[in-house]
Each structure stands twice: as structure tokens, then as C-alpha cells.
Design a binder for this molecule. Structure first.
Ligand SMILES: [Zn+2]
Length: 455
């Protein structure tokens, strides 16, 4: 029997709902693989690793988007715990005997396997938030259907038939949520027993079981004894890095090779986030902190002085600027909503500085708020009105020597002339105007998000 017989394969109809609660309660997905009976390969470790490297090279040539993402993943022989393959967005775990058997069957099926793990990364399937209250295993199966359809659609390798995989043409171009609903309906309404299994072990990003004493923690954490454990920050970083790699690869390989519809949609979402401005604002400010964490290298300042200092210490301060464009019809209630949002975000941190000002053709009432005078923040006096000149904000920064890590401008989106200095700092435009024909004006640089009133 070739299949890994994870105990999850079978869904009794009535159990589906019950299982969802069960998975909810202990938070542990069923990813405990049973060792399977792949014939023990006579190939050396190097030979098997070489199969994977060759598959990756083939991808670089035939499907460069997949190839470039695959290049980011580190191959780790995980034969001790992983019956087929798995990924956490940083590593590609594989079972040596499985890869050898796949290679024996058809080299192009190894290419398919690498493509499969790449798409789990691209779609960030390790992130549990999208799972919601769904049954974990059924969700895993839905994800595999989506991925395998995508690979066939984009002609990435040859569809694996060494083992049975989740594949049905009818799920073509569907999202995981839609496939899940269909599977759930089949199980719930039609009483079908769902016996499909995922091709690989689906890690959920919290180590094996989300607890510190999970199997991932045993051994030397090099991935050979269990998936490498990462803490929350590292996981967020892995996910962010992957997201930017997806964008970069998509740009770099534009037009080269066929991208599955799902990937195109995803890239479009990443480039044009349809996020609510509250979420985007929080995300943008948090990204400032995150990029600081990645600089856990010696700071340049310290190096000049011949000292070795960590790039971020408890002294480090989040520095943002918030400007209110007074030219448009800004209601004070809108300004207040905006400010209380910023306040809420900043108060999660211990050291911060907010340069707050209003502007029309010049800057009015600039004030600096820190954790020490934050109680006065909401009493800030909104001043100005009349003409408009976005440039005055950047001129003010330059004159005062302020370089905010993030500049948030609250505006109706009608600069008289230029939107500002695009190379000066990271800018987020929250636009409250309706624009021409109901289209929110979009800044030529930075990120634009429409402001909508709370209902
Ligand atoms: Zn999978």
C-alpha cells in the first residue's frame, strides 16, 4: 500500500460539523503523518537531492515564476517524519524514498511536486486565518484541489499519478472556499464519504501542532526530526518575504510562461489591495516595525564607531507623520475618526513619535505627539483651509529634517499639481474624495486606499 494512511482520509457526513469543533478546540490540525511503505531507494542522498534541483532548473526554464519561487526554498531531507513532501514557506521538506519513486515513474512528476509546494507558498496556505471555522482537513483537501488544477492549467510538469491526488476538472479556476463548500455539501447533503488525501503534509505555520512541545520541537530543529519551529514574528516575516517574492517574480517573469488564473488574481490583489483603510493603515504602520526587526544586524552607526550594536533595541522609536489636507471638504468627524485610529495603533507600542499637521498651501499647527503626551492627541486643533499644495508637506519635512518611516496623508485626492516627492519616504494616501465619476483618485506613487465612513 503506497498511500500514506493519515487517519484523516475519511469523513463520515455527520462528522464533518463535529470535526470542525474538535479541530477548533485543540487547535491541532491532523498533520501527523504515518510512515509509508515507499520502497527504500538505492540512490544516494546527493542523487535524490539532485532530482529536486533538476526539477527546479526545469521550472526556471519552462515556468520561471514557479522556478524563482522554488529557488527560495531550502531542500531538507525530512524522511524521518515526512512521508511525501511539505513546506513552511521557507523550507521544502521531502521524503527521499518518495522523491526517488516519483523520479523513477516520471521526472516531470517531480517537477509537479515542486510546483505543488511552490503554490502552497504562493497562496500562503500555512496561514490559518483563512481557515476560519472550517474543518481543517477538508480545507487542506480543497487547497490541494485548487493547486493541482492550477498546475495542470499552467502545464507545470506532469500530473502525479504515482499516488492518487486531489484533482477534478470541475474545480478549475475555483478558489479554495468554493471547492470547500462543494466538498462540504457533498459530505453533508449527499452523504458522500470523502476519502481523498492531500499529496503532502500541510503545515500550519505553528510548528507541528501549534504548541511548544509539539513534535517540531524535538531534535536539533534542523528540519530532519520535524518541521523547523519558528516563532510568531519569524512566521510573519516568512509570510511577508514570500509575498514580496511573489510580486517580484511576477514582475520579473511577466509574460514568460503561463500563470494560473488563481495566481493572477492573487497578484492583482497584492498590487491593488481591496483592504479597508483601517486594516491597511494598521498593516502599513506595523510593517515599519517588522522591517526594523529584519535589521537584527549591526547598525551602521555602531559599525562606524567600531561597536557592535543590534539594529533594533528597546530605544528604537516608531516615527510616523500624519497630515490632514484642509483644502477639501474634510469633516471634523472624519478627521477625528482618522486620528483615533492612528492613536489606537500607536498605543500598542512603547516608543513612538507622531508628527501631526494640517496643510493647504502651507503647513499649519505642526505638533509632535509621543507616548508622553498622547492624552492630548485627540484635542488637537484642526486649522487651515483654502488652496492646496501637496508639495508643502515634503518641503516642511525637508526644512525640519523629518524623515518619517511612514507618512500618512488624509486627503480628498486633488493635488493642485504634484502629489509630492515620491522618493522621500513611504507614503500612504487615505483618500476621502469621491473623485471623477465615483472613482477614487489614485496617487502615482505610494499606496492609495479609499476612506469610507463607518456605517
Ligand atoms: Zn498539498
Amino acid at each position: 500500500m503506497h498511500r500514506l494512511s493519515k487517519k484523516v482520509g475519511v469523513f463520515m457526513t455527520t462528522n464533518v460539523a463535529k470535526r470542525s469543533t474538535a479541530t477548533q478546540e485543540n487547535g491541532a490540525p491532523d498533520t501527523t503523518p504515518q510512515m509509508t511503505a515507499w520502497p527504500v531507494t538505492t540512490k544516494t542522498d546527493e542523487q535524490v537531492l539532485d532530482y529536486l534541483i533538476r526539477a527546479r532548473v526545469k521550472l526556471l526554464i519552462s515556468a520561471p515564476f514557479f522556478g524563482t519561487i522554488a529557488t527560495r526554498l531550502k531542500f531538507i531531507d525530512a524522511s524521518k517524519w515526512c512521508p511525501t513532501a511539505a513546506t513552511d514557506g521557507k523550507n521544502f521538506y521531502y521524503n527521499k524514498d518518495f522523491v526517488a519513486a516519483l523520479q523513477d515513474k516520471d521526472e516531470e512528476q517531480v517537477v509537479f511536486l515542486v510546483g505543488h509546494e511552490v503554490l502552497h507558498c504562493v497562496y500562503d496556505h500555512m496561514d490559518k486565518t483563512r481557515l476560519g471555522k472550517r474543518d481543517h482537513q477538508l480545507w487542506n483537501i480543497a487547497n490541494d484541489y485548487v493547486i493541482n488544477n492550477d498546475l495542470v492549467e499552467a502545464s507545470v510538469g506532469v500530473k502525479i499519478d504515482l499516488v492518487q491526488i486531489c484533482f477534478e476538472y470541475k474545480y478549475r479556476n475555483m478558489m479554495s472556499e468554493e471547492v470547500y463548500d462543494d466538498l462540504f455539501r457533498q459530505a453533508e447533503e449527499e452523504g458522500r464519504v470523502i476519502t481523498q488525501q492531500t499529496l503532502d503534509v500541510h503545515l500550519d505555520g505553528s510548528g507541528e501542532d501549534g504548541e511548544d512541545d509539539s513534535p517540531g520541537a524535538v531534535g536539533n530543529n534542523d528540519g530532519t526530526e520535524g518541521p523547523i519551529k519558528y516563532n510568531k514574528e519569524e512566521l510573519d516575516q516568512i509570510s511577508n518575504d514570500m509575498q514580496s517574492a511573489v510580486l517580484q517574480s511576477a514582475r520579473a517573469t511577466q509574460g514568460a510562461g503561463n500563470l494560473p488564473g488563481g495566481v493572477k488574481r492573487l497578484i492583482d490583489d497584492l498590487l491593488n489591495p481591496q483592504l479597508d483603510w483601517h486594516e491597511l493603515l494598521a498593516m502599513q504602520i506595523q510593517s515599519v516595525i517588522k522591517s526594523d526587526y529584519t535589521m537584527l544586524k549591526p547598525s551602521r552607526k555602531g559599525m562606524d564607531a567600531g561597536l557592535y550594536l543590534p539594529g533594533m533595541d528597546y530605544e528604537s522609536t516608531i516615527d510616523i507623520a500624519l497630515a490632514m489636507d484642509m483644502s477639501g471638504s474634510i469633516h471634523s468627524s472624519m478627521a477625528l475618526e482618522m486620528m483615533s485610529e492612528v492613536k489606537g495603533i500607536m498605543e500598542q507600542y512603547t516608543n513612538y513619535r507622531i508628527h501631526l499637521f494640517c496643510f493647504d498651501t502651507e503647513v499649519h499647527n505642526p505638533q509632535v505627539f509621543t507616548e508622553n503626551n498622547m492624552d492630548e492627541f485627540m484635542e488637537y486643533n484642526i486649522e487651515g483651509g483654502g488652496g492646496t499644495d501637496f508639495e508643502c508637506c515634503w518641503n516642511y519635512f525637508k526644512e525640519e529634517g523629518i524623515v518619517p518611516q511612514k507618512f500618512v496623508m488624509f486627503t480628498d485626492g486633488y493635488p493642485w499639481d504634484s502629489w509630492g516627492d515620491e522618493s522621500y519616504c513611504d507614503t500612504l494616501f487615505i483618500v476621502h474624495g469621491d473623485g471623477y465619476g465615483g472613482q477614487t483618485p489614485t496617487a502615482p506613487f505610494g499606496i492609495t486606499v479609499p476612506y469610507t465612513r463607518e456605517k
